[in-house]
Ligand binder design. Structure first.
Ligand code: F6P
Length: 331
């Protein structure tokens, strides 16, 4: 087995924030890596809520069998308000001590890492983070666990919408998730061949949408799909539909689809399973190597460590080249 030496013996693992496909694969990798290095893994249920309420259970290699292919998270998840309070943190710290936890791996997004950073600093407790969110909005990694599956779910749905849009010569506004980020919108827009993509990172104005619709009319396209990130600054999909009606009257028969939480579920893709497994193993090894307060990501195919401080304060840059490509291929 391992030659790694460290005082760390018991490692807790939790998932927090919005669930993402591949979180189970990450939990599995963390637990199995603990077993490999003869450490004891502990599952913390309901995210930080479970840390406060002492929902903590010892796990073993068998506790994570047959979960690599399942969506959601067997540890469940929550967005804990209590963990943001002094009292909540104190309770959580008492449970960490009562359960003899020496370190923790947290799987989630921005909010998860902010909580981990504060808790880790306050009690001098080693924590390592794994980026798990469908939004892909975390600095320090090219991709987050869950993004690939979510974007494939979107593409499958949009392909289906294209069929009906073409049959009826309709214009669809399709809202996708992403909170303040447009990654799901841009990737799915390119992959599903949408006529336009609207994202919060680069507001190109409503006129750009109007122009592109005009162009599709000149080319006598029979269907038009506009993918709108939920954080887009031009308003909701319904507002956009109204604006198009105001401008063009009844030239287009419009429909609105909000894909919603269907984007969060489903069997994780191979890419997400591999990424989650890689980060899961590395998170435990990072703790054994004495790392703390860092998020583990993959950039340019290499494992990288980013301080929680940086991971939470900086936003990943939208690749403008992808937007340019989307424009060119949608003429
Ligand atoms: O962060 C993941 C995400 O699905 C976002 O895309 C979305 O804005 C948000 O979570 C929705 O959160 P909830 O499931 O709590 O409504």
């Amino acid at each position: 087995m391992s030659t790694k030496q460290n005082d760390i013996k018991n490692i807790g693992v939790l998932t927090s924030g919005g669930d993402a496909p591949g979180m189970n694969a990450a939990i599995r990798a963390v637990v199995r890596t603990c077993v490999y290095y003869e450490l004891t893994p502990y599952g913390i249920y309901q995210g930080y809520e479970g840390l406060i309420d002492n929902e903590i259970q010892k796990m073993d290699a068998g506790s994570v069998k047959h979960i690599i292919h399942q969506g959601g998270t067997i540890l469940k998840s929550a967005r804990s308000q209590a963990f943001k309070t002094e009292e909540g943190m104190e309770k959580a710290w008492r449970n960490v001590q009562d359960n003899d936890l020496d370190a923790m791996v947290v799987i989630g997004g921005d909010g998860t890492f902010t909580g981990a950073m504060k808790f880790g600093q306050k009690y001098d407790f080693p924590i390592v983070g794994i980026p798990g969110t469908i939004d892909n909005d975390i600095y320090g990694t090219d991709f987050t666990v869950g993004f690939d599956t979510a974007v494939n779910t979107v593409v499958e749905a949009v392909d289906k919408i294209r069929d009906t849009a073409t049959s009826h010569n309709r214009l669809f506004f399709i809202e996708v998730m992403g909170r303040d980020a447009g990654f799901i919108a841009v990737y799915s827009g390119i992959a599903a061949g949408s006529e336009e993509v609207l994202i919060p990172e680069k507001d190109r104005g409503i006129e750009k949408l109007f122009e592109s619709l005009q162009r599709t009319s000149q080319r006598q396209k029979t269907s038009r799909l506009v993918i709108v990130a939920e954080g887009d600054k031009n308003g909701s999909v319904y507002d956009l539909e109204d604006k198009v009606k105001e401008r063009f009257g009844d030239r287009y028969e419009t429909k609105v689809t909000i894909l919603g939480h269907v984007q969060r579920g489903g069997r994780p893709s191979c890419t997400d399973r591999v990424l989650a497994s890689q980060l899961g193993v590395k998170s435990v090894e990072a703790l054994l190597d004495g790392r703390r307060n860092v998020m583990i990501g993959v950039r340019d195919r290499k494992v990288r460590y980013t301080d929680f401080e940086k991971a939470t304060k900086q936003n990943p840059k939208m690749d403008e080249e992808l937007l340019r490509i989307a424009d060119i291929i949608s003429i």
